[in-house]
Design a protein around this ligand. Sequence first.
Ligand SMILES: Nc1nc2c(ncn2[C@@H]2O[C@H](COP(=O)(O)OP(=O)(O)O)[C@@H](O)[C@H]2O)c(=O)[nH]1
Ligand SMILES: [Mg+2]
Length: 195
Amino acid sequence: MNKLPVVLGHQVEQQVAFVGPFGVGKTTALRAISDVPVVNTDVDSAEAIGHRTLQQSGKTTTTVGLDYGEWRFPDGKVVALIGVPGQDRFDAMWDALLPRSSAIVLWIYGDRDPIRLECRKWLQALAQRKAVARLAVAVTRVPDGQEQQVLDSVRELVTRFHPLAPVLSADPREPADVLQAVTMALVTPYTALQA
Ligand SMILES: Nc1nc2c(ncn2[C@@H]2O[C@H](COP(=O)(O)OP(=O)(O)O)[C@@H](O)[C@H]2O)c(=O)[nH]1
Ligand SMILES: [Mg+2]
């Protein structure tokens, strides 16, 4: 008789959600660190046509559902990673996925004006849903020489929503940057987001 493998329960202990504007790099970031093939629902996107940044990067797809990947800590614990589509068109998805997440990484464009306005819009949307309050804000594409200025400005804004949320500059294509964002989000003290 064949022996069945012993299953000791699901390995996934934590879930980190990536949120942020279209094309900022959520799917890219997930792929950069996932230990398993990323399941995703990107399809050709009409929205990508005419989008300056994305034409430059060659991106012509968008996430209609969600992305799923997993990352394993050196001690064997598994973190589920989910890329959540933009909240304006996918309210139900937010309500289903965010309450079950241990932490959120908010990805924001660092080269698109006005950065703070866009960042505030996302923070407000998260605060309104009383979404998880372990948060890190990852700023992409920060122009050379402007890192200090851009991050300080975003930090000042983020502090109003969550006094302890880290703000970092990160390239979603770089695994080390993405891991830093994920681990920083997970170790942030749990604090209620101010609306
Ligand atoms: N040059 C540059 N390209 C980036 C950077 N971050 C992301 N990208 C590109 O922007 C695109 C982001 O697409 P995607 O991850 O699908 O965005 P999503 O809609 O947030 O999931 C990819 O083609 C990335 O390679 C960056 O810091 N610099
Ligand atoms: Mg995506």
